[in-house]
Write a new protein. Structure first.
Length: 221
């Protein structure tokens, strides 16, 4: 359950206006937290060779889950960029792109998770900010990871999106879209899932799905 200060964006109520909450300047921090499968207690099962084999396979599949939080940004002057760990594109807050990622949590065990900050003092320069997450390596699906994204303003306003209703084999998710709507900056829940069947190069797939027109080259971290 969330506390009373947290606005949870749901299918039934997917939009919130930052302006109406008085969140028009300063930083808004985007936190991604998830539970690594290895941290989930296994169900009791019978002993024996096959039981040990099943347990070993589960443990092998649970290792090295690496979720990456990112943000694709389109500016009012037409410029476009992305902030993400891939390619060490960690961004900056005091200069372009005015969005920054603080760290790359490769296991889900970092207490603070992954955090991305947006400098709303430059809010007028943003046309769209698409928050997304994908599996860089490890587990082939988001199922069982209990991923939650929380946006927190400098004043403590909290807006939360739970990455639920995950289909089988989903390896990426468009979380939320921040954009201008009737003069106000609004956050809209997306939770739009992508699977390998959508095509290779997940950033390119997401960019095309949202018509952001970005061009991508292969990269590693």
């Amino acid at each position: 359950m969330s506390d009373s200060a947290t606005v949870v964006l749901t299918k039934a109520s997917p939009l919130v206006s930052l302006d109406k909450h008085g969140v028009t300047s300063g930083l808004i921090r985007v936190n991604l937290n998830w539970t690594p499968p290895a941290a989930v207690a296994p169900a009791p099962e019978s002993r024996g060779l096959f039981a040990r084999m099943r347990s070993s396979l589960r443990a092998a599949g649970a290792k090295g889950v690496d979720l990456d939080l990112g943000c694709m940004i389109k500016y009012s002057d037409g410029r476009k960029t992305v902030v993400q760990a891939l390619g060490n594109a960690f961004g900056a807050l005091d200069r372009f792109p005015y969005v920054a990622l603080d760290a790359d949590d490769r296991t889900g065990t970092r207490a603070a998770g992954e955090n991305l900050a947006i400098n709303l003092d430059h809010g007028a320069e943003f046309a769209k900010l698409l928050l997304f997450v994908y599996i860089y390596e490890g587990s082939g699906s988001f199922r069982g990871l209990d991923a939650v994204v929380t946006l927190t303003s400098d004043r403590g306003d909290r807006f939360q999106v739970r990455l639920d209703d995950c289909p089988a084999q989903a390896h990426a998710c468009a979380i939320a879209l921040i954009k201008r709507q009737k003069g106000e900056l609004v956050v809209g829940r997306e939770v739009r899932w992508f699977t390998p069947q959508d095509g290779p190069g997940i950033q390119d797939v997401i960019s095309r799905a949202y018509r952001l027109g970005m061009k991508w080259t292969p990269g590693r971290k």
